[in-house]
Design a protein around this ligand. Structure first.
Ligand SMILES: Nc1ncnc2c1ncn2[C@@H]1O[C@H](COP(=O)(O)OP(=O)(O)O)[C@@H](O)[C@H]1O
Ligand SMILES: [Mg+2]
Length: 262
């Protein structure tokens, strides 16, 4: 059965993409996408390079707005039931609600503390004890507190690659987002740092909803509850991860999983 077979025991979708087409200028990139992302679950987007995984991910917090010609040409994206293209949507607020972590870690050239406090500061928080508390909580939830608590004033750029990526996760969760988007967050990391982030994702899913793009099918199996398989801009199949990997309904999914094409 479909991913909806568990609907009775899990809450409603936090993100819903409905009948969405997306174009870069005159080039269509996504076709008639329908996707429901469940609360406190990890959803993986997989598929061959160029199939539209990052584009779809960036539709969820309107990061594609940065590309001048990029447009949703049909359908809609709802976050907690609200259409994110409505005129009254504030982009800063949306990106607080839907945080993002990128392939290459991108901490600011500031202290560890200021990196994590950044989101709260731009939303006007000045109270030191509120900031301190958010920094500690976020670093704990990113499994960095014990490593870094004695050098919160050190420059973030002095950290290792894996620590920098976990710091970017801490920065993204400091503002308590409803959804955390991750675009191939481990692809620049060594296997041990990758493992740490994967473990972290399991813990983070207790408090947050995660959508992760990964080109690594084994990673999708390890970290996700649901998987969407995309091919040439279409969402071919969406199912609980175990089901999609062991018993795909679509021939195309099956041949991708078998490695018949990449
Ligand atoms: N900024 C952009 N401008 C124009 N075309 C783009 C842009 N970003 C991606 N595309 C195109 O959109 C399609 C999907 O790309 P992308 O979402 O990056 O795929 P994936 O993340 O699965 O590798 C590709 O054909 C790609 O060339
Ligand atoms: Mg991509």
């Amino acid at each position: 059965m479909s991913a909806d077979s568990t609907a009775k025991t899990t809450p409603p979708p936090v993100v819903q993409v409905r009948d969405m087409d997306f174009c870069y200028g005159t080039s269509p990139a996504l076709f008639d996408i329908n996707l429901k992302v469940k609360y406190h679950r990890v959803t993986a987007l997989i598929g061959p390079s160029g199939c539209g995984k990052s584009t779809l991910l960036r539709c969820i917090n309107r990061m594609n707005d940065r590309v001048p010609s990029a447009r949703v040409t049909k359908g809609e994206v709802l976050v907690k039931g609200k259409n994110i293209h409505d005129a009254d949507v504030d982009l800063t607020q949306l990106r607080k609600q839907v945080g993002m972590v990128f392939q290459k870690s991108n901490p600011f050239p500031k202290s560890i503390y200021e990196n994590v406090a950044y989101g709260l500061r731009i939303h006007g928080e000045k109270n030191k004890s509120v900031l301190d508390e958010a920094v500690e909580r976020s670093l704990r939830q990113s499994a960095l507190w014990d490593e870094l608590k004695d050098r919160l004033n050190a420059n973030a750029l002095a950290l290792s690659g894996g620590q920098q990526q976990r710091l970017c996760i801490a920065r993204a969760i400091a503002t308590l987002p409803d959804v955390l988007l991750m675009d191939e967050p481990c692809s620049a990391l060594d296997p041990i740092s990758t493992l740490k982030i994967e473990e972290l994702m399991h813990q983070l899913a207790q408090e947050y909803t995660i959508v992760i793009v990964t080109h690594n099918m084994q990673q999708a199996v390890r970290v996700s509850d649901y998987t969407a398989f995309l091919h040439l801009g279409k969402l071919v199949e969406f199912a609980p991860t175990e089901e999609l990997f062991t018993n795909p309904r679509e021939k195309l999914t099956e041949s991708y999983l078998r490695g018949t094409f990449s």
